[in-house]
Design a protein around this ligand. Sequence first.
Ligand code: ZN
Ligand code: ZN
Length: 414
Amino acid sequence: MSKKAILIICDGMGDRPVKEYDYKTPLETANTPNLNKLAEEGLVGLMDPISPGIRPGSDVAHLAILGYNPYECYAGRGSLEAAGAGIQLKPGDIAFRANFATVNEDLTIVDRRAGRIKTGIKELAEAINQIKIESVNGVSVEFYPTIEHRGVLIFRGEKLSKNVSDTDPHEIGVKPLKSKPLDDSIEAERMAKALNEFTEKSFHVLKNHQINLNRVKIGEKPANIILARGAGSYFKLKTFQEKYGIKTAAIAAVALVKGVCRIAGMEIIDVKGATGGLNTNFNGKADEAAKAIKHYDFVFLHVKATDVAGHDGNFKAKVEAIENIDKMIGRLIDQLDLNETYVTITADHCTPINFKDHSGDPVPILIHGPETFHSEIKKFCEKTASQGNLCRIKGIDIMAILTNYMGISEKFGY
Ligand code: ZN
Ligand code: ZN
């Protein structure tokens, strides 16, 4: 009989030894009785999300961990963001991550997030969606606001390419960049032209919009331009159902991760109070995962808090996030039949607190479930993982290992 599996990704959990904390990592420092128990009774090792030394974005790391070779299928971040927002792309569409920003009269960027605008977004989006692209034929544009200042920008029409540069300069005090084609194709040239026209028009449409005039009146920053980044094109993946014949669900708050899961054919389960931040609803995630595994063969659970703390360079916050994750896992396994269910816990990459970005170091991984050898490792962390019984694997190996244990993998050869 086939077994079930839960895969838990603690985003950016891996770290490096931190001098100021006695050369310990946040995971090593954290009190993690539940992780330790699962590690001791299960397989423990190191995992290179892509391969040794490669610094992955969360998008490509998740693709690899879910069994898709990102070198073959990755088509840019924008399309994953769109999928995460529930927008169906069509072949030929180009999607960008976009945000409302604040510029002054000479277009110098004052705030890349428009004061984290929360109200009036719908009205502003309606105005943006009146914009017609005239500099290139047969191209239309749609803007979908998501959360606060964020949104997704989609260009539809023929002969467009994702090989163009961003208009978002990722800093303030400068003007929006002109998008440039990144190759010699007519498609890239058309795309860059359309995006530049859109950016200019977004300023004209937004600068005197009533919502913005009101914002200025009460001392808030106007949301008067749209900046775009991370072009992506439509792509398709073989779903989990098609690959393994199993029913899958995902619990994730971050649009990008939701997007990967949705394209992989997973049902997205929303958890009340799941924010993608440090204060997310850990208990709610545990309970929803426990509930979901009754109806699905495979449940994917993502927690962002560890990555947030890593980018902030905040050791204590990362330790706290890990301890909250440990409690979440305790609450989850109390509700599981561990003779029927594999529990895998790992990270999608390291976000070392002194580096404040994703590094190319391996991350610790544990796989707990029936018929695995016991690692006898008493404390789950980066250091001990190098001595574990799973040794060192790559992200792309995980689904093969899990489907093998679950009893649903195909034999290779006769
Ligand atoms: Zn990540
Ligand atoms: Zn990150």
